[in-house]
Design a protein around this ligand. Structure first.
Ligand code: TNX
Length: 730
């Protein structure tokens, strides 16, 4: 037989090219502004060398260590840039955009040229993301070919502010976790950490002039059972230095006039009343504010801010300012005096006055004040400040109209303390707003940045009041180690990657479809970084309903993961059938499928919520009752309504009996945690008592608190089933 060598050669060549192409899929997050992929690659070796300008030293060291840790290659420094295999330089003329970089990989060399040190760090991150995921490993990885595709990336961020807020006040995350969080932000080119150091439930920053802030204010409970902690000034310096190499600026947040009960516990004279409180163990918004009328409390503020800004090199200082309730100021003779002196008529406008005083004080130190949106909404503030818009994106108009800047941090899209889904089995998290899926997070509207923009960028917020002191996490015995930290990661990832892309990319380069495709290979990178994440449910590529049957075509959202499924409504496990081709079932509720990354990491099953379209006129679904939830004769049924009646106004709650015995319903009581808010009788009963409506006037809504409804029931003896719906009518 005569072998056709030419044909064999072509086949082999094609196979090699196909394999290389498969392995070399470029999937950088955030998506670079410009990227050209060339054919060919470069394989890293132990005998490579690095050359760099002296000013690149911190980032060169970072790269050398990252490469050594995972590959074991101990690259030597070379003096000759044209001979070295990796060349790092800073050249602001060649790369004019701030934080920008150019990354070139050709057949013999990697070159990163950046505008500044941040840009250089970002070029290195893109380089690492071009290598196999093992490069992020914390120890030596064996049998990996460290192949880089040949590329030319030229990249710079669209928005100058790409932030995360970490709430270390409600739950104390230790120094190591904070560093890890910063490292993860930096991997995705985020550059600002708002460090929420103070809240009612804890004071976390050592202030030498006021030692009781941390001796007393950092701890809830007593003796060996006390919980909490704080950062010494040395810890802070260590965290700042760690962040600086990674281009992350740390902006300390010193909250006032509300959300600072921990300071009032330490020094009761700070408040108007002087009342002695305890550091709370649950989400709580203190009504005892910092007194604006006392010289001593203003001096305290000045001293604390002085010590804080001399510790943190950032040009910004965040003063919090959210959610104050002004009754105390209204009643305080000293505060009233200030109002008179300043010609202020509303107690709430005292906050604007205080913001101005502080903003002027900070300006003298070369610092700009940042705070929650309330700082520009309570009276006139003449010094330009930066407002963190946490309610609605459209409210940034207020900043434009008053000459301030703004950052988008809307709870609806970028509050990562909300769960991703309503799927049964989802870990508990904040409920005062609906869940935020990865797509919803990614789809936050944001305009492209220009130097005249009001909006400087975007900031994700990670609050920890919902699992303060482990109260929720005690329910998760399987997460025994660092459970709160793992849980914080579960909520933060993968959504942090979406927030990163919102800040980095222009609208022209941002696309959820492309992001979805790129993120698939990032889960492995997160794992090598030892970072927990929420495993996404399988993607439904196509669902066809025909002849009373449903056909599912699925795909794994995680590269390399397996999909397992059941068709009898049971929960899939590690021995369930592996999905390899479309599956047809009779009822879609009976089809369940999970994404299995490994035996310990898998998603929740796909979930199909019941169809409520027949009840549309009653509003949104709140709760469901079944016979086993109710007493046989007279009794009360209690259910949670958190997140269903967001904001003050008039609401109609409708109880619809769907089958079984119609219930007779009596008095309804609404609770905010333990406090009774309303007691009402039905306002309408229809369809032979199967549809009962109540009207509730809500005037005491508070974000972050749980709400409950309790209703008197009678007549479940023969079994009753139904739904509760809510509609806002005013
Ligand atoms: C509202 S957002 C708060 C925080 C809570 C958060 C919980 C904002 C400025 N204030 O105090 O932690 O809700 O989601």
């Amino acid at each position: 037989m005569k072998l056709n060598f030419k044909a064999i050669f072509v086949v082999v060549l094609c196979a090699v090219m196909w394999c290389t192409a498969q392995a070399q899929q470029v999937a950088i997050i955030p998506q670079p502004a410009h990227i050209e992929q060339h054919s060919g690659s470069l394989v890293l070796r132990a005998d490579m060398t690095m050359a760099y300008d002296a000013e690149c030293e911190p980032q060169a060291q970072y790269l050398r260590e990252a490469i050594f840790r995972s590959t074991g290659f101990d690259w030597k420094t070379s003096a000759k840039k044209n001979r070295a295999s990796v060349v790092l330089s800073i050249d602001a003329e060649r790369v004019p955009a701030s934080e920008g970089y150019e990354l070139r990989v050709d057949a013999r060399q990697v070159r990163i040229t950046a505008h500044d040190n941040s840009g250089l760090f970002y070029g290195i991150q893109s380089l690492l993301q071009l290598l196999p995921p093992e490069v992020h490993g914390r120890e030596l990885q064996r049998d990996v070919e460290w192949r880089l595709p040949q590329v030319l990336v030229s990249d710079a961020p669209n928005h100058p502010w790409r932030g995360m807020m970490l709430d270390v006040a409600r739950y104390f995350f230790d120094k190591e976790f904070v560093k890890h969080y910063i490292d993860m932000m930096a991997m995705y080119k985020m550059n600002k950490l708002q460090f929420h150091l103070i809240d009612d439930s804890g004071w976390r920053l050592e202030i030498k002039k006021y030692p009781r802030l941390t001796e007393v204010g950092a701890w809830a409970g007593k003796d060996q059972n006390r919980l909490g902690g704080y950062y010494s000034q040395d810890d802070i310096k260590e965290i700042i230095a760690y962040a600086a190499v990674r281009g992350v600026e740390i902006i300390p947040e010193i909250e006032f006039p509300a959300h600072m009960l921990s300071a009032v516990v330490a020094y009761p004279w700070l408040s108007c009343t002087g009342k002695q409180h305890e550091v709370p163990r649950q989400h709580f918004i203190s009504r005892d504010l910092l007194c604006v009328g006392k010289e001593s409390s203003l001096q305290f503020l000045a001293d604390v801010l002085d010590e804080t800004v001399s510790l943190f090199p950032s040009n910004y200082i965040n003063i919090g300012g959210d959610e104050a309730v002004y009754d105390r100021w209204q009643e305080c003779p000293l505060c009233k005096k200030v109002m008179q002196r300043e010609g202020i008529t509303k107690a709430s406008d005292l906050q604007g006055y205080l913001t101005n005083v502080v903003a002027n004080m900070m300006k003298a130190k070369g610092k700009t004040v940042v705070g929650w949106e309330e700082i520009i909404q309570r009276g006139k503030v003449s010094q330009p400040v930066v407002a963190m818009m946490w309610h609605e994106v459209k409210d940034t108009i207020q900043a434009t109209q008053t000459g301030h800047k703004a950052i988008l941090a809307p709870a609806t899209n970028v509050y990562l303390d909300f769960p991703e889904s309503r799927t049964p089995g989802e870990l508990k998290a904040a409920t005062w707003m609906p869940p935020i899926s990865l797509e919803k997070c990614y789809s936050m509207p944001i305009n492209d940045y220009s130097s005249s923009s009001t909006v400087l960028g975007v900031q994700g917020c990670f609050w920890s009041d919902q699992f303060i002191h482990g109260t929720i996490l005690q329910e998760l015995p399987q997460l025994n180690e660092d459970r709160s930290e793992r849980y914080a990661e579960y909520l933060t990832f993968p959504r942090l990657l979406a927030v990163a892309e919102l800040g980095w990319c222009s609208n022209a380069t941002r696309s959820f479809a492309s992001f979805k495709q790129r993120i698939g290979s990032h889960y492995a990178r997160l794992s090598y970084k030892d970072c927990n994440y929420r495993v996404p449910e399988p993607d439904i590529m196509k669902m066809t309903e025909a002849d009373g049957k449903v056909r599912f075509e699925l795909a794994s959202p995680v590269a390399g993961a397996t999909i397992r499924y059941t068709t009898d409504g049971s929960y899939p496990h590690s021995h369930s059938a592996v999905y390899s081709a479309p599956v047809t079932v009779e009822r879609k509720e009976d089809f369940r499928a999970i994404t299995e990354v490994d035996s310990r990491h898998y998603s929740l099953p796909l979930y199909f919520a019941p169809d409520f379209s027949a009840y549309k006129q009653h509003g949104d679904f709140v709760a469901e009752w079944k016979p086993n939830m109710l007493a046989e004769g007279k009794g009360t049924w209690r259910f949670e309504s958190t997140g269903k009646m967001v904001g003050n106004g008039t609401y109609q709650l409708t109880f619809v009996c769907t089958h079984g015995a119609a219930l007779s319903l009596g008095k309804l009581t609404q609770y905010k945690r333990d406090e009774v808010l309303a007691e009402v009788m039905p306002t309408a009963v229809a369809e032979g008592s199967a549809v009962v409506t109540y009207t509730i006037e809500q005037s005491a809504f508070e974000a972050g608190l749980p709400f409950f409804i309790e209703v008197e029931t009678n007549g479940n003896a023969s079994g009753s089933y139904g739904y509760v719906f809510v509609k806002k009518v005013k």
